[in-house]
Design a protein around this ligand. Sequence first.
Ligand code: DQA
Length: 145
Amino acid sequence: MKILVINGPNLNMLGIREPDIYGRQTYSDLENYIKSVCAEKKIECEVFQSNHEGVLVDKIQAAYKVFDGIVINPAAYTHTSVAILDALKAVAIPAVEVHLSNVNEREEFRKLSYAGMACKKTYAGYSFEGYKKAIEFLAENFSKA
Ligand code: DQA
C-alpha cells in the first residue's frame, strides 16, 4: 500500500507556532513519526508539506493512480478551500482528514471543513497520534495487498 500524507500551511512551523495548542515537537519530528508508523506497517509513504493552496491541489492531482490512500491535514485551508475539496473528489482516492488540535472545541470558523466532505473519516485532537489512526484506518479498509 502507498499512502501520501499532505500537510498544509504553517505546519512547517510546528514547535514554534502556538505551542500551547500544537505542542513543542517540530515538523521534522512529525515527519519522522509518520515515516516510522508506516515503516512498522510496511506501508510505503511520502510526506509532503506546502504553504500554497495550488501546490496542494497539484499534489493531490498527481496522486491519481499513484497512491492508494491520502492522509491530509489541510490546516487553515480546511476551512476555506473548495479547490482542495474538489481535487480530493476528482482523484477519488480514499482520504482521511487529520487535525492536531480539536477543531470542534476552538473558534466557530474551525468547525467547517470543506476537505472533510471528501474524506472517509476525521481524527481531530489526537496530536501526532491522529496521523497513526488515519494510516491504520486506510490500511485496514483500503489496502489492496
Ligand atoms: C489544524 C487546525 C486548523 O484550524 C489550523 O488552521 C491549522 C492546524 C490542526 O492540525 O489542528 O493550521 O489543522
